[in-house]
Design a protein around this ligand. Structure first.
Ligand SMILES: N[C@@H](CCC(=O)N[C@@H](CS)C(=O)NCC(=O)O)C(=O)O
Length: 206
């Protein structure tokens, strides 16, 4: 815990789903929180304001400033650790995990019609949404091109690894509409320790 007083509002649906693990952490740590439960109608009105257009989200209020974080795993980890620099890094990590899941699903899909539908969703929804998220988080919390703070973190490595793996697999066209992600990849590749590793790591399948 950093010492700054915080208050919490958890927004999720009126079910257990991905929100319950967070509620359980609040309960076992005896932390008070507002348990905001949206109906489907309320969700449709509020969806656009959410970082990744998904729930759960945790609104963290420090003094007068409120920040909204997504990703159930990241939020749960944060509340368990009470270590605030970790939350944003874990959030980016899990957002990358969602995009990777879509990519893997497409990669292994055997049915051509389903595959075409998944690809359409990836191009029109998943990637633009992620890129917008990436740019906003970098603008709000990053410095010098990094996503969180002014130095390389697990958040940068997670984004880099996903984009880089796609390029290695010949999927460059996926990322061409997002030069900021390609630029971020270049920045990460310039890291001294990493650039040595990238040159010398075993050549394997992605
Ligand atoms: N990996 C994310 C998944 C978020 C997610 O898919 N949330 C679903 C509910 S469990 C959602 O927001 N669905 C509503 C929608 O997409 O409109 C997390 O763990 O928070």
């Amino acid at each position: 815990m950093t010492g700054t007083m915080e208050s919490y509002r958890l927004t999720y649906f009126n079910k257990r789903g991905g929100g319950e693990i967070i509620r359980l952490v609040f309960v076992v740590t005896s932390q008070t929180f507002e348990d905001e439960r949206l109906t489907s109608e309320e969700w449709l009105k509020r969806k656009e304001e959410m970082p990744m257009k998904s729930l759960p989200v945790l609104h963290v209020k420090r003094e007068d400033k409120e920040t909204t974080f997504c990703q159930s795993g990241a939020i749960a980890k944060y509340l368990a650790k009470k270590f605030d620099e970790g939350l944003l890094v874990d959030e980016v990590y899990d957002c990358v995990g969602d995009v990777r899941k879509s990519l893997v699903q497409i990669h292994f899909c055997k049915d051509e019609t389903t595959k075409a539908d998944l690809q359409k969703k990836l191009i029109s929804e998943v990637l633009p949404n992620f890129c917008q998220y990436f740019q906003r988080r970098k603008a709000s919390f990053g410095e010098g091109g990094y996503i969180v703070g002014g130095k390389i973190s697990l958040a940068d490595l997670a984004v880099f690894n996903m984009v880089d793996s796609c390029l290695e697999m010949g999927l460059k066209s996926l990322w061409q509409p997002y030069p900021e992600l390609l630029k971020h990849r270049e920045l990460i590749m310039e890291n001294e320790k990493l650039s040595d590793w990238l040159k010398t790591r075993p050549v394997t399948e992605v």
